[in-house]
Design a protein around this ligand. Sequence first.
Ligand code: NAP
Length: 439
Amino acid sequence: LLQHHGGARVDIYEKLPVPFGLVRFGVAPDHPEVKNVINTFTQTARSERCAYYGNVTVGRDVTVAELQQAYHAVVLSYGAEDNRVLGIPGENLSGVYSARAFVGWYNGLPENRDLKPDLSCETALILGHGNVALDIARILLSPLHLLRKTDITDGSLAALACSKVKRVWLVGRRGPLQVAFTIKELREMINLPGVRPVLNPADFTGLENAIKDAPRPRKRLTELMIKTALEKPGDKTMEVQASAPREWGLKFQRSPQEVLPTADGRRARGVRMALTRLEGSGDSAKAVPTGDMEELDWGRVEGGPGLYPQGDAWDMSSAAGGPQPRAGLSLAALCARAGLYCSGWVKRGPTGVIITTMNDSFDTAQSVLEDLQVGVLDVSASREGFGAVESILRSRGVRPVSFSDWEKIDAAEVARGKAAGKPREKIVDPQEMLQLIGH
Ligand code: NAP
């Protein structure tokens, strides 16, 4: 918007004092290169026509309607806010964690800083075959010396240092041709030092033929799984890996039905799975229960960690009337007339990597500009922008955090990290952040 409209001003509101959302709190700490997009954000936020207001919860401190009064256009870009639940018995038992909370925990998301996941048994079960599942498996199994160089929080490093987990099963309800993770992440997992992949060759029988005409990324991904599964003792990598103290594997065609409690009913000890067969083929194949069941236990009576990484929920209802795909929907036209837009995961659901989301936001900006051009977006009357919101916030005792405030927090985090040889030590308590900037 700033680039393509010389008169546009953009104010960014954020619930937390600190910016960058999923780039700071979702991207794995051992993927620092992915976080380079922060430089683009920073450049944008430093523009004279852009302002950042952190520590403002939209819907509590200021309503969407109040923002609509203050601005010509409001773009909702708050991502996927909640966990997706499985809706099966036992999923609230202690020892079961949503991937969102687990990722938030190791990345210093304030609301998850006290998660204290139980890492006291040897096997962890991760439900789902997506990149988040691989991120979590990698963090659980990575050698500590590698994690110590990242911006993973001190608290989670300490917990991982005491972790007894040495085996991670990633369990999917469909087959090898339907895994949602990508080749780079799989390769990283296969090459993780001190960690052995355990793939069952039988799971991959006949797949070479099946992928002949598959799109190239699916073909290469499947070939890598097949190669890993079929590696024979004596292969160089195999020899190195055979002595690895930790291992991980993929289990297919198992759909979770119930999280099983320990005898005292207080903790999770395993998951009952329905074995499935696939109906249809390719990405759209459906997992249908065969009627057979299997119990996957993590082998300790008191229970242990089980993780649910099937992606964050996309709750359309949480922003009623706003987050709808634009194309072809009259609701979208209505929203545009009201100056209401959406972009990112709140619009499309939790799929795609950062570049996908960036492209999506460019599309949204394009829609705003087009609506402006054809007059759907009415800018004839001037709007006060932050001036109006500021009085509302003041009357409610809310003090926003500016981008230069964030830069002070940033400098403090970097200084704390330096002492420990890390790129930064994240401050996980919002109160501490606010104190640091004199709020
Ligand atoms: P995802 O890619 O959608 O994967 C979710 C996985 O959970 C799928 O295997 C899915 O199986 C399974 N699942 C969903 N509901 C289930 C249920 N009720 N029972 C059993 N299994 C279930 O989601 P994600 O891993 O959370 O990632 C979200 C997005 O962020 C993705 O686009 C991902 O690529 C991206 N991401 C990228 C990176 C990276 O580039 N390194 C890192 C993290 C995330 P079905 O396929 O059968 O539904």
